[in-house]
Design a protein around this ligand. Structure first.
Ligand SMILES: *Cc1c(COP(=O)(O)O)cnc(C)c1O
Length: 428
């Protein structure tokens, strides 16, 4: 596999940007080596500057559920750009988009558009604190909710990948009200509510964790979160930045049938553009300025290019059979990976919910951050490179999800499973 072009770019990049990147996991620290510099994407494939082509399971970290450069999404974005890329004013598209979101996501009565998942969760928690008049926030170990100060406590994603301690530069005061508990641990939640219940503003949770690798929430866990927050007057915030429109139309809350008070969305809803949202109960969202006193604003919020690409993405997902297709393809991939591992004699666990999955190099089931961390990350790194050399681009960390798109089909799955079989055999 040639990497001359990527090598040269990486050298230039490292002199100019911290770690040569604009987001930490892209630097490949967890798997070693040089990241391919990508120049184009088409359907399920990406291509790098050296002309290598890969079946892509990163999909811009789950945003590209229709695949790369989907014709309808491209058309929507191009038409939008040609009519003026930003106004910083009201547009008809944001109204249509808010209508689709509120119609699809069961708990959304009102919504506010922002530009990143970080902003969405940060703003949702500000509103939750204002609504309850309380400060404490409960999150879960290995949960990632963006890089806002208050949430960088035992965080997943890049923080987990790089084995960073909680970030320097975050004042102690910013995290003093944040409690982090083990995921799927009902007892820990009960204990914290017994002790701090009347002080808790919100519990923020990924209803399917995607940032410690994929770890589904147990139904009983989510039900206890719903019951205890309601009993103590705290708000339940589902961080659906990954799961929203990924695990099903309307997100994980529609799939599980559990109604949070507030929800954050991102990734899929922007169709590959910077777009995210938060919303929920009308009485709570009415606190947001200018209707209420909670300040939150954005120069590019509701950007028409992003919104129209997002609308085109959601229209595609609304077509009959979209989620069935994703489920079928992803189930084939899961079975193929398990079969390849069995044949190669390598112990793995595959956690999958719909089109998001993780292959953990672990002998024990993975149900929280602690068990995820017991995976063999050295093996993952070897596997990652064996796969890349065989034209399969996996997330460059054991603690990130693989994403299947609508553009992935039997041919891509067959290629991936064959590559996995060869790659896994090399690990023995
Ligand atoms: C990606 C992610 C975020 C942060 O979104 P950005 O757009 O990267 O700021 C927040 N929460 C979850 C669950 C995510 O996966």
């Amino acid at each position: 596999m040639r990497q001359d072009g990527s090598h040269r770019l990486y050298a230039r990049a490292q002199a100019l940007m911290p770690g040569g990147v604009n987001s930490p996991v892209r630097a490949f620290r967890a798997v070693g080596g040089i990241p391919p510099f990508l120049v184009c994407g088409e359907g399920a494939y990406v291509e790098d500057v050296d002309g290598n082509r890969y079946v892509d399971y990163v999909g811009s970290w789950g945003a590209l559920i229709c695949g790369h450069a989907h014709p309808e999404v491209v058309r929507a974005a191009v038409e939008a750009v040609e009519s003026g890329s930003s106004f910083g004013a009201c547009t008809p598209y944001e109204v249509a988009f808010a209508e689709v979101l509120c119609e699809a996501v069961p708990s959304l009565e009102m919504v506010r558009l922002v530009c990143s998942g970080t902003e969405a969760v940060m703003s949702a928690l500000r509103v939750a604190r204002a609504a309850t008049g309380r400060d404490r926030i409960v999150k879960f170990d290995g949960g990632y909710h963006g890089h806002a100060d208050a949430l960088l406590v035992r965080a997943g994603s890049g923080v987990a990948t790089l084995e960073l301690p909680d970030s320097p530069g975050v004042p102690a005061a910013a995290v003093q009200h944040t409690l982090s508990l083990p995921y799927n641990d009902v007892q820990a939640v009960e204990e914290v509510f017994a002790r701090f219940g009347p002080e808790i503003a919100a519990v923020v949770v990924e209803p399917v964790a995607g940032n410690m690798g994929v770890v589904p929430a147990e139904r009983a866990f989510l039900e206890v979160l719903r019951d205890l927050t309601a009993a103590y007057g705290a708000l339940l915030v589902f961080d659906e930045v990954i799961t929203g429109f990924r695990v099903g139309w309307g997100g994980a809350q529609a799939v599980f049938g559990i109604r949070p008070d507030l929800t954050s969305l991102g990734k899929v809803i922007g169709g590959g553009f910077p777009l995210a949202a938060y919303g929920g109960r009308r009485d709570v969202m009415s606190l947001v300025a200018p209707e209420g006193p909670v300040y939150q604003a954005g120069t590019l919020s509701g950007n028409p290019v992003a919104v129209r690409a997002g609308l085109a993405t959601l229209e595609r997902l609304r077509q009959p059979g979209a989620y069935e297709h994703l489920e079928r393809t992803s189930a084939q991939l899961e079975e193929g990976l398990l079969d390849a591992a069995r044949t190669a004699g390598v112990s793995v666990q595959v956690n999958r919910v719909g089109s998001m999955l993780t292959l953990f190099f672990s002998e024990i089931p993975v149900r929280d951050y602690e068990s995820a961390r017991r995976s063999d990350v050295v093996r993952y790194a070897q596997f990652f490179w064996e796969m890349l050399r065989r034209g399969v681009y996996l997330p460059p960390s054991q603690f990130e999800a693989m994403f299947v798109s609508l553009a992935h089909g039997p041919e891509e799955i067959r290629h991936t499973v064959e590559a996995a079989y060869e790659a896994l055999r090399k690990l023995r």
